[in-house]
Design a binder for this molecule. Sequence first.
Ligand code: PLP
Length: 467
Amino acid sequence: MKPFNATPPLIDADALVKKDQSRLIHPHLPGDSTERVVVVEGDGCRLRDAHGREYLDATGGLMLAHVGHGRRELIEAAAGQMSQLAYYSSFHEFTNAPSIHLAERLIELAPAPMERVYFTSGGAEAVDAALRMARLYHHRRGEPERTWVLARNFGYHGITYGGAAATGFPMFHQGFGPMMPNVRHLTPPMPFHPELYGGEDPTEFCLRELRETIEEIGAERIAVMIGEPILGVAGVVEPPADYWPRVRELLSAHGILLILDEVITSFGRIGRWFAAEALGVAPDFVVTAKGLTSGYVPLGALLVADRVADVVTRDEGFVGGYTYSGHPTACAVALENLAIVEREDLLTAATDVGGHLGARLRRLEELPIVGQVRQVGMMIAVELTRDPDTGEPLSAEWVPPLVRERAGVIVRNNPNAVLLSPPLVMSHDEADRVAAAVADVLTERATRSTRRKALPATPAPSVLDAA
Ligand code: PLP
């Protein structure tokens, strides 16, 4: 492991923080917050801030950084491509070699037969492109009234207007005026929350709800359904094995397309190239981003199945593109990033270290404030239950700042779960440090209470509050 620069760069950290407070709008940060971490350097799973403090990155930023920070190969891939051709448009007949090679590689890796790739700058743009293509597909085939989109509560698909409309957390809709119309949110199977299904089996409930919704809206008006194969932001929720195959069967019977949003789950995060490999379904679209470049440069990609690609590329082609679609430097970095994932067998590493970290964290299920620890590869959620003192649903908001302050470990949270998604290159020792840091604060919180033994071991329904 290389040491961080012995002499910190000449940065006046306090001055930067002050400027940040008056100049930047941060996602999800109140304007009057004085809290800032100015990250200046990264190496593997380690980060350093402008004040010289070191951290262990157990979130990979926002669930990416698969190959770790500071990888020379990616820096060289970017520099090599930039010195030849940093950028050119891919509109109309213009193209470039890195985007062609990357499209080929993605089609090789695809979890189902896919014919074409459409590049974007990130996940939400790719979600929008998939929604547009789905509607265009039906329009060109003589069914223009097929515009409805089926999405799911607790699904996250980014914050473009299309992505936000599909996202199933109301906080992304409230106050933003009319969303994209004709979107219906359904219930996903979340077996740990039986209260969602009124005593019915979760998959049966979801399939019945889907059937009834198709009947109510009319199959002839529905274009597509979108979902994450494993819910990510909602807290690493794997569906029962028969859920997606049965959903796919029902959709196919009604001519409805399927978009799998694999922005988090692709390129090794769960120990496979794509989650769809394990689902036993062939989607019409696969949305990817994040791990495609490990975050070194922004890039998203939409993989499109043959029958849809044939239709959306005919006539005048697919109308609409992004300035950075097929960006040569981003595609060159992605190619090298995928080569590293393969060369270093990071799919196996994700299963191995993820399993190790998951096993350590699972011990926390003994604590009365921990409901369930869910882990798939390097995607982990520690779902909290109830406040030991009040019996109210226990928010997870307080955990990340405390873990960072105490142990220099960075984790995230959703309303009621601590989320971990480290770089896939994390070592067992580092994983032990992460687990110990989380265990320390949760154990302290649980044992501080005087009422802990009287707590019911049922999940808190706070996840419902978001729906
Ligand atoms: N889809 C999923 C499943 C995601 O988790 C995210 C981001 O977290 C997105 C889409 C949006 O991606 P981006 O932020 O790159 O637009």
